[in-house]
Design a protein around this ligand. Sequence first.
Ligand SMILES: *[C@@H]1O[C@H](CO)[C@@H](O)[C@H](O)[C@H]1NC(C)=O
Ligand SMILES: *[C@@H]1O[C@H](CO)[C@@H](O)[C@H](O)[C@H]1NC(C)=O
Ligand SMILES: *[C@@H]1O[C@H](CO)[C@@H](O)[C@H](O)[C@H]1NC(C)=O
Ligand SMILES: *[C@@H]1O[C@H](CO)[C@@H](O)[C@H](O)[C@H]1NC(C)=O
Length: 506
Amino acid sequence: MVSSSKTWLLSLGLVLLCMVRGSNGKVDHNNRVKAVNLGGWLVTEGWMKPSLFDGIPNKDFLDGTQLQLKSIKTGKYLSAESGGGSIIVANRSSSSGWETFRLWRLNECAFHLRVFGKQFVGVDHLNGVVAVSNSPGGSETFEIVRKSGDSKRVRIKAVNGFFLQAKTEEMVTADYAPGNGSGWGDDDPSVFVFNITGKLEGEFQVTNGYGPLKAPQVMREHWRSFIVESDFKFISENGLNAVRIPVGWWIASDPVPPHPFIGGSLATLDNAFLWAKKYGLKIIIDLHAAPGSQNGWEHSGSRDGTQEWGQTDNTIHQTVAVIEFLTSRYAQSPSLYAVELINEPLSPGVSLETVTKYYKAGYAAVRRHSSKAYVIFSNRLGPMEPLELFPFASGLSGSVIDVHYYNLFSEDFKKMSAQQNIDFVYTNRSAQLNLVTTSNGPLTFVGEWVAEWDVKGATKEDYQRFAKAQLDVYGRATFGWAYWALKNVNKHWSLQWKINNGYMKL
Ligand SMILES: *[C@@H]1O[C@H](CO)[C@@H](O)[C@H](O)[C@H]1NC(C)=O
Ligand SMILES: *[C@@H]1O[C@H](CO)[C@@H](O)[C@H](O)[C@H]1NC(C)=O
Ligand SMILES: *[C@@H]1O[C@H](CO)[C@@H](O)[C@H](O)[C@H]1NC(C)=O
Ligand SMILES: *[C@@H]1O[C@H](CO)[C@@H](O)[C@H](O)[C@H]1NC(C)=O
């Protein structure tokens, strides 16, 4: 009697659970996602593990590094006149966008230099230095020669064998041959002082930085050691039930992804599925890096910070194919819980129309292989309306909106005390989350947050209260939440460190 009524209750429970899980708008409370992001694993982010870049030769000059170059002789900055499409001059006394050159690295010595208007610096048939080409070739290739023992002085050598010189403020040419014993002196028109004003340390930078011989070894070692089976055990034993795994678009062409990406991330993701099954964890696959880059940040696999995803239908079709590939590969796994179609598309570069078009096609691609995987739509960052995806997402079963809440990256937070941060979570974040949590709309997911802030000198107790506030509030998200991230050299960004040191308990 007792046991049969228990069985009956259990089956009723399961039926209810299935009904709830199947309907749009609710996930059983106990089943909500409490996840951690496995960030910095299959998509590189240098700030999370700087040592990954340690062995790169000439590692100051990676793809996307922004250089400003001041002529020693004129005392003025090199500049792409009009921002590009014209000549290079050396007559600017202050530096900004037109005076900034973004590197494309060919190898540790040879580079292209991209200007504000996206053209590449090159040498014309009269040895004049211009920025007119949109597709860099030999004339757009330069060697950057550093003065030994001086971290800031460089000469730039063109393929004609001569060096760039600022002949006058308004005439920059590639026809200088420094004499033997030339001393890099202050009157030498071929000497420039450089400043680095921006850097990217993502997957493109690390793989292209090491180059085709060394990169496979370095990346495979990283994938093998950064996240291991015992981490899945740790996650399952510490109150979490899921992982969100950022992946890059190149994973779909494993084992031979396009240059400079390295094969092997797919086999690593396969391992994650095996471990998730063993430890009873759900997996959210998150396409973090889309072809062309959806936001220009290093974590989108960008080469030089330009945002080109969605500007052609081709990038959209290619991305849908990646989603289709991943869903079909893992649809039969009990661990595949959700597919996030793209992470943090940035407005206004990615328009609402573009992202909606992609989300429709991506949703259909997931549904061709899985009727039950949730499909997560990341809200755009930048100028946008938090409910802008609702008209389209509300009608789709198993749809989820992802919002990211960091008390960082804005002047507002720089001035806040610990208590003000905590109050902000309980009032403002709570209001923001309420706004997107509706009874008949998509489920809500706080897919990234961290118990780190701009507060200086916070105590352990401050940190504990800040984490608790966020858990209280984000615990109301109807789909769930995911901490960024499991591991990070910056300890407050590491959930593993937080748990092991008593800063957080779930
Ligand atoms: C720099 O030189 C260019 C080309 O002669 C000229 O058009 C421009 O006005 C100059 N700019 C400054 C700030 O002198
Ligand atoms: C510079 O030195 C190289 C070899 O050291 C020699 O072949 C060349 O003629 C010299 N050039 C000049 C301009 O002195
Ligand atoms: C480099 O940047 C620093 C800090 O912004 C500035 O003081 C310095 O003048 C710059 N030097 C050059 C050569 O641009
Ligand atoms: C947070 O919410 C309060 C109350 O609605 C509001 O006065 C304040 O401006 C908000 N703070 C920020 C930084 O948006």
